[in-house]
Write a protein that binds this ligand. Structure first.
Ligand SMILES: [Zn+2]
Length: 336
């Protein structure tokens, strides 16, 4: 317990709270900037079992804000989940740490969050957040939403059937507007650091049983402006998830990915997208090359991939036959 002595001195945790942390289990979904802050904090705080799930490899431009990774991880071509596990096992060998390389979807999420006491959102896309929301409500596992881009971010704690849920407060998934991501709007590290830290505190409150202390509003911060706001939110009577209709978990809005045989290309279609505005999409696409569009299609390049987008939200990603890479590019650049 010497390891945690300073945290035990904090009266809202104490020896009893520390023991509760030690017998708790947290699942972190997504291990980018938010996920690395959350993972390092929970591991250091002594949460007994920490599971980290991520689908990506580490790239040089991640090092600016993803605090668990270093240049050797890139040389060794390590997936984020594995690099996180290796680094964190050196920080705290007394707890269970498990890194899982996987693309979370409606078929596998229930298995991954099995026996979790809390789920933490380290994601960069909305689709999977709605999925976490469904699984949280269905299995009665609280989760902490967090998102950060540019210099701002938001976080909210969802306690199933007690607080408003994510679907209560976020726009209907069909016909949603394009969403800014770190790949289009950029990000400075302080935004995810602050949001990830707030998420960690919420998780610790939930795990030590300080439920009355949790954050029941949608918190919004801007680290550049130095502003911190709390937005009161309410449950929606017609919210499908609150009424037990878990549409994301049922795969209703799932992106359909088809590997186009013989063409070295993958098609991603997304039933959530109604009609895309190419003008709006082109304005979002800042880190890509060779953007051009007419009324029929929009075209751009990322690394060695060429992406062609159609007005119905369908996209063809050329020069790959890797469906998960295609989905990841889709989520990053077109939005999910
Ligand atoms: Zn709801």
């Amino acid at each position: 317990m010497n390891r945690y002595s300073r945290q035990i001195l904090f009266p809202f945790i104490g020896k009893e709270g520390q023991e509760k942390l030690g017998s708790s289990s947290a699942v972190i979904i997504g291990c980018g900037a938010l996920g690395t802050i959350i993972a390092t904090s929970l591991v250091r705080a002594g949460v007994g079992r920490v599971r980290i799930i991520d689908r990506d490899f580490i790239e040089e431009h991640n090092l600016q804000r993803q605090v668990l990774f270093d240049e050797d991880d890139i040389k060794n071509e390590l997936p984020k989940a594995i690099a996180a596990e290796r680094h964190l096992k050196k920080v705290n060998s007394t707890i269970e740490i498990e890194g899982i390389v996987a693309d979370i979807n409606y078929k596998n999420i229930e298995r991954f969050v099995d026996r979790a006491d809390v789920i933490l959102d380290g994601l960069d896309n909305f689709e999977t957040r709605f999925l976490i929301n469904d699984v949280s409500l269905k299995h009665n596992i609280p989760w902490v939403y967090g998102g950060a881009v540019s210099s701002y971010g938001m976080t909210m704690t969802i306690v199933p059937h007690e607080t408003p849920c994510f679907r209560c407060i976020m726009a209907d998934p069909t016909g949603r507007k394009l969403v800014e991501t770190c790949d289009t709007a950029g990000v400075i590290s302080a935004a995810p650091f602050v949001i990830g830290s707030l998420q960690t505190v919420e998780a610790i409150k939930l795990l030590v049983g300080a439920r009355e202390e949790i954050n029941r509003s949608l918190r919004s911060i801007d680290v550049w402006k130095g502003t911190f706001d709390a937005i009161e939110v309410e449950s929606r009577k017609d919210c499908p998830a609150c009424n037990g209709r878990y549409e994301y978990l049922a795969g209703k809005f799932v992106e359909r990915t088809t590997v186009l045989c013989g063409q070295n290309a993958v098609q991603v279609s997304n039933p959530k997208v109604g009609k895309l505005s190419f003008e709006e999409l082109a304005a979002h696409l800042k880190n890509v090359e060779d953007i051009s569009y007419n009324e029929f299609m929009l075209h751009f390049c990322v690394n060695s991939q060429e992406v062609i987008v159609f007005p119905d939200g369908r996209a063809i990603i050329k020069n790959t036959s890797d469906a998960s890479l295609a989905r990841a590019l889709y989520a990053k650049y077109i939005g999910a």
